[in-house]
Write a protein that binds this ligand. Structure first.
Ligand code: PRX
Length: 585
């Protein structure tokens, strides 16, 4: 069934060779999610499975079976191509491997891997087996991996040799873990496997290439991603197969996917953008994706766009600011004429960056907003509409956003308040894993409270203001200060720690730690570096503190809570506000 959206004239400030999928200003009358649901395939008997919608339905269609789904470029320049039929075969095999190991509906299977093709086969194999996929950021150290897998009660870990070695010490602390499957891609690693581990290659060679997808219902869980809050360890936001409805439709509306697109999403599947928009959205739309295993390098990123003739590009503000920093001469050496649509997410995108895209790449960046919890884009600048640089755009069709005051009542245009969403959007998270109170606390007066502050203008464009909590956004990664503080105080010299986000022109915020030392330890440059190294090796360089400042004692409330707000005010030279609840020194 096709959409009811009508064609529109070319938009005013960007050029398009194809007609945008959605005309936001004229197409939304009578919007109904049922239209989108009818565009999906569904399983016989009415079930829904993301892997079927993303992979199998294209693989089973003779017209698309041999279409390229994934063009993979490895960090050493290797290239591998996979059609939808190939993706089906590999993920079917992996589902059979999981079934032979006793995996059942709802079991949690975690992936701790670099961006290699096997990550994607494993991911869809997990969904086909009816299990829940828990992707982990490959740069994590042992602590975040342990916290997440322990909390989720993961039964299987799929990983790679070097990452396997990195987490050896935590395995005895994961009583529910039954198997570790190690992918030794192209025999990159010469060391033999640990005797208790299974070889991916050996298991896949034994597995049948035919698998009957588990008949999951739309309400069965599919994916969980851990996300940081102000207090406590990260929480596992869990999503159901039903979310595919919105991941598919926002791919069309907010990223303007067309069948002939060559799409590149720079996010890692360890974070929600890398699964919702690095797997589900593009492939449910039948789009060919570039997956690049390597990291950021300005010249090489430009080269990738040119080499693969990328048409739709989804990236993040920190990356854009790093490209801007690399100068305007560099991009002149490359041909970006293939590019049709560029979008950005994860942090506020400064207006200069939006406009720089237009000047240098020939396209403005379309900022959009969402969260791990929302599962899909909820607010976007659309291909068809005027862009307001600095704004996150307007709500996705079928989604109600509002700005609420401190009593959670809607406020008018121009007023800052809590950004909130009316519950019931298809990709809404269903739970924080085993944290029901925490989940319930996110809903007030019939709204989901996002934790962001924002305002809306009279034309319905939303503008991000900041976070309402202490969560730090460093280069698009959310960092819970509590997680970093917990790692810091494990160092033998550290008595107490308070962690804040310090503004940074490129990464938006840097993690900064204030540390008081135990008796017998003196501040020194050597100790500072030692603590930094210690935290990095436990967590991940990307989320560990970049700065550590020694102070005699940390400001605390009478109940002993560290006052991060005050530390931040001091750092920024701002008024310290109400300090009446501080402890007496
Ligand atoms: O604070 C907002 C910021 O990132 C948070 C969500 O982070 P996470 O759950 O890791 O999901 C990232 C992928 C969407 C939001 O609560 N954020 C996200 N997009 C924007 C943004 N801040 C400003 N502008 C955005 N476009």
């Amino acid at each position: 069934m096709s959409t009811s959206f009508s064609p529109i004239p070319k938009p005013p400030i960007d050029k398009f060779e194809v007609t945008p999928n959605l005309n936001y200003d004229t197409d939304l009358d009578g919007f109904d999610w049922q239209t989108i649901m009818d565009e999906l395939d569904w399983l016989p008997g009415g079930g829904l499975n993301k892997a079927h919608e993303a992979i199998d339905r294209h693989a089973l269609n003779p017209e698309t079976a041999n279409k390229l789904a994934m063009i993979w470029e490895g960090k050493n320049g290797e290239r591998e191509d996979y059609t939808f039929a190939d993706m089906k075969e590999q993920s079917d095999k992996f589902a059979n491997v999981l079934k032979s190991l006793g995996i059942e509906l709802g079991d949690r299977v975690f992936i701790f891997m670099e961006r290699v093709p096997e990550l994607y086969f494993a991911f869809f194999g997990i969904l086909k087996a009816g299990a829940v996929a828990g992707p982990l950021f490959s740069a994590f150290g042992p602590d975040p991996v342990k916290d997440r897998m322990e909390d989720a009660g993961a039964k299987i870990l799929v990983t790679q040799p070097d990452l396997r070695r990195k987490v050896t010490e935590i395995i005895p602390h994961l009583p529910e873990l039954q198997h570790i499957i190690v992918v030794n891609k192209d025999n990159r690693d010469p060391e033999p496997l640990d005797a208790q581990d299974l070889s991916y290659e050996v298991e896949m060679a034994k597995a049948s290439a035919e698998f009957q997808i588990t008949n999951t219902s739309q309400n069965d869980y599919s994916i969980m991603h851990y996300t940081s809050g102000t207090t406590g360890k990260p929480k596992g936001a869990i999503h159901r197969h039903h979310a595919v409805i919105q991941q598919y439709s926002t791919g069309k509306w907010a990223l303007d996917f067309h069948p002939d697109d060559l799409y590149w999403c720079t996010a890692d599947p360890g974070w929600v953008t890398g699964t919702s928009y690095g797997m589900i959205a593009p492939w449910t739309n039948g789009v060919t994706q570039l997956i690049y295993e390597g990291g950021f390098r300005a010249s090489y990123w430009y080269e990738l766009i040119q080499k693969y003739k990328v048409t739709v590009w989804y990236t993040a503000p920190t990356a854009i600011r790093m490209l801007m920093k690399a100068g305007d001469e560099l991009p002149k050496k490359y041909d970006f004429s293939s590019l049709r649509f560029a979008a950005s997410v994860g942090e506020p995108l400064n207006p200069e960056a939006v406009v720089w895209g237009k000047d240098v790449l020939g396209h403005v960046f379309h900022d959009n907003w969402w969260q791990t919890e929302t599962g899909a884009i909820l607010c976007a600048n659309y291909a068809s509409s005027e862009i307001r640089p600095g704004s996150m755009g307007r709500p996705i069709p079928g989604v109600e956003l509002a700005i609420l005051d401190e009593d959670f009542k809607p406020v008018g245009p121009g007023q800052d308040g809590n950004l909130a969403v009316r519950p019931g959007w298809p990709s809404m998270f269903q739970h924080y894993w085993q944290k029901t109170d925490m989940y319930n606390s996110r809903f007030k007066r019939g709204w989901y409270i996002t934790g962001d502050t924002a305002n809306v203008d009279k034309d319905g464009y939303f503008w991000f203001v900041g976070r309402a909590d202490d969560v730090i956004n460093t280069a698009g990664h959310l960092v819970g200060p509590f997680e970093v503080e917990s790692a810091l105080i494990e160092h033998e010299a550290v008595a107490e720690a308070g962690v804040i986000g310090k503004p940074d022109p490129i990464a938006m915020e840097l993690v900064k730690a204030f540390v008081s030392l135990k008796e017998g330890f003196e501040p020194s440059e050597k100790l500072r570096r030692d603590i930094m190294r210690f935290v990095r090796s436990k967590m991940a360089a990307a989320v560990a503190p970049r700065e550590i400042e020694f102070i005699d004692s940390l400001p605390k409330t009478r109940s002993g809570k560290i006052m991060r707000r005050l530390l931040k005010a001091r750092e920024l030279g701002l008024p310290e506000g109400d300090t009446s609840t501080l402890e007496d020194d």
